[in-house]
Write a protein that binds this ligand. Structure first.
Ligand code: ADE
Length: 243
């Protein structure tokens, strides 16, 4: 998977490349990251990337020309890497909400171009001309798209085969089966009087699976009932619960 990120702050992306699972995945060549700074696509001495909004109002809007030039350069590089039609994604609060189903779909792409805005956003014509999909990571406003792009990248990278130590880890994540995750425990068995549920010490794997499913269903029902609205039990789940 190749990520090309259009950003005024490429240094921020060391948060992805330099730590933990994402760092190991990079070392294993499971993904590549290339940043393109719109300032490098300006023609004036001040390297101007923004201007005041037509119609007035606070803040600045990112100019179309440097952004479109950066996106074009990123797409050419993607093409040269063999990705003929990389999706161009603009991170913004106006976008479609990112959820685990979207993450899974995106993780099947071989190349993505991520456009990060700053200030009040980008000139609308950039979106019209070059953006395939606008994505939001939640109903709140960030100072720029970079953190959104990194959230998206992190959630995609952990889906790439070989990224996690244990192949089952991604499958056991919250949301993978449409439910919140069950509780987890490690040593000691008794921590300040709080003990690990007996079933987890029993060695009875069928019982443990049943307990985990019940916990996941119960937590989802209590904390996120909206997730259960359109969900039906799978055959295996129905069998586990009726055993
Ligand atoms: N940029 C600013 N706010 C954002 C959000 N909520 N999601 C994605 N990108 C953003």
């Amino acid at each position: 998977m190749r990520f090309d990120v259009i950003t005024l702050f490429p240094e921020m992306f060391s948060a992805i490349t330099d730590f933990g699972i994402n760092r190991r995945a990079l070392e294993k060549d499971l993904y590549a990251l290339h940043c393109w700074n719109p300032r490098d696509f300006t023609a004036d001495n001040y390297r101007t990337i923004d201007d005041r909004p037509y119609g007035g109002g606070p803040g600045m809007v990112m100019l179309p020309e440097p952004l479109l030039a950066a996106i074009e350069a990123a797409k050419v590089a993607q093409n040269q890497a063999g990705n003929l039609a990389p999706k161009v994604i603009y991170l913004s609060p106006q976008g479609q909400p990112l959820d685990q189903a979207a993450v899974k779909q995106l993780s099947a792409c071989s190349g993505l171009v991520l456009l990060c805005g700053r200030y009040e956003g980008v000139d609308e014509r950039v979106i019209k001309h070059s953006v395939d999909v606008e994505v939001s990571i939640g109903d709140y406003v960030l100072s720029g798209g970079e953190l959104g792009a990194m959230v998206m990248m992190d959630s995609i990278i952990r889906q790439l085969p070989g990224a996690l130590n244990h192949n089952l880890s991604a499958q056991q994540d919250s949301f993978e089966d449409g439910l919140l995750d069950c509780p987890h425990y490690t040593r000691p068995e008794d921590y300040r009087g709080m003990t690990v549920p007996d079933v987890l010490l029993s060695g009875n794997h069928a019982e443990i699976r049943r307990w985990r499913l019940k916990q996941a269903l119960g937590r989802t029902w209590l904390r996120r009932p909206d997730l259960l609205d359109q969900r039906v039990l799978s055959k295996e789940e129905a069998r586990l619960l009726s055993d």
